[in-house]
Design a protein around this ligand. Structure first.
Ligand code: SAM
Length: 343
């Protein structure tokens, strides 16, 4: 990022955000894994289907299969998750908004009573759904939007939907979803020169910009060719720190940092080789075919919950299935000493 001629304020002070403090108050009572990481959020992939085709997509770490759970099944799994102390639900995919019953899914999950329900979407169908989702109980939303340039958008997504996605962002703000965040995967030579323009767009629209490091996983279609686009966001974080009036750490969100710059906000998500990211991970995932997934980057430790549920397991038995998945949790990137866990 090249930002010249701007006022630089150095504070050097990093404070935890309010969400971290609130969660810390209850964290002692939470179910924790062998590495003392509390269980706070649950990310449900509601489908593998998608209406765009991003060349870098890691598919939320899930091996695509044609299978989806019903809204009712997801509601029951969420009830069990809540009884174990899960506070936050995020719906993702594939593209969650391609499910015709997405409003029903949100309504059912909201009826369980979580502190926070959010969706990660490409925003293409938000014009149609934003208001209905808000009314159904959705609190906030992340919209993946990597570029303001139609050609670059076409190159990345292989579709021509940039304006629909951009209008979707505006609609999300208008209907009252809060916060609205733009997820921008930063890629060398593709959109790294657009960071500042994207920040202006976000600021003008009351949206938080979330910069995501490009991740190479075995699920990425063009795994090897992704290397050339990798952009080291660590350098960027140094620049952002210099420009910020305030920096906050989101402790229970993988220790991500939030930078406050000239009335706007930027967050940075840097999972690659980041031991802090793993150390502060408080998330379990659910695949569209009903398997609890302890880590974005692994597929060899999944625990099936849908099959036992269909065989008639009680809620107490399903809790045990959850606990088995919690027990399977271990940091992907570790400092050697932290990797031992506690018995
Ligand atoms: N379809 C939805 C969307 O576009 O937001 C949800 C699924 S998408 C897999 C979830 C998030 O993962 C998006 O913000 C996307 O940009 C991000 N993502 C996908 N592949 C990635 C990769 N290789 N590295 C970093 N982020 C990636």
């Amino acid at each position: 990022m090249k930002i010249t001629g701007r006022k630089i304020t150095l504070t050097g002070r990093v404070t935890p955000d309010e969400e971290s403090i609130k969660t810390a108050a209850t964290v002692d009572e939470k179910v924790k894994d062998r590495f003392e990481r509390p269980l706070i959020s649950f990310r449900i992939s509601v489908t593998n289907r998608c209406n765009v085709n991003c060349f870098y997509c890691h598919h939320d770490g899930i091996v695509p299969r044609n299978y989806e759970m019903t809204a009712e099944e997801m509601e029951r799994i969420c009830r069990v998750a809540k009884s174990l102390g899960i506070e936050k639900i995020r719906l993702s995919g594939g593209e969650p908004l391609v499910r015709d019953d997405i409003v029903e899914i949100v309504r059912r999950i909201a009826s369980v009573g979580f502190r926070d329900i959010s969706i990660t979407t490409n925003g293409v169908l938000l014009g149609r759904y934003a208001e209905k989702l808000f009314k159904a109980g959705l609190n906030r939303i992340n919209i993946s939007f990597d570029t303001l340039n139609p050609e670059t958008y076409r190159f990345i997504t292989r579709r021509d939907y940039m304006e629909l996605a951009r209008d979707g962002i505006k609609k999300a703000v208008k209907v009252g979803l809060n916060p609205v965040k733009v997820n921008m995967v930063v890629m060398k030579g593709i959109n790294d020169h657009e960071i500042w323009d994207m920040f202006q767009f976000c600021r003008e629209n009351g949206v938080i910009l979330q910069l995501i490091e490009l991740l190479k996983t075995e699920n990425c279609e063009e795994s090897e060719s992704l290397k050339k686009y990798h952009y080291d966001v660590r350098k960027l974080e140094d620049e952002l720190a210099e420009l910020s009036t305030k920096v906050k750490k989101r402790r229970f969100m993988q220790d991500r940092k939030k930078y406050f710059i000239e009335g706007g906000e930027i967050e940075v998500v840097r999972p690659m080789d980041n031991t802090q990211f793993c150390k502060n991970c408080t998330r379990l995932r659910l695949t569209p075919d009903g398997k609890i997934k302890p880590c974005l980057l692994r597929n060899d430790n999944l625990v099936d919950i849908i099959e036992p549920m269909r065989r008639g397991y009680s809620d107490e038995e399903l809790k045990k299935v959850f606990l088995k998945a919690v027990n399977n949790r271990e940091p992907f990137y570790t400092d050697f000493d932290d990797a031992q866990g506690s018995e």
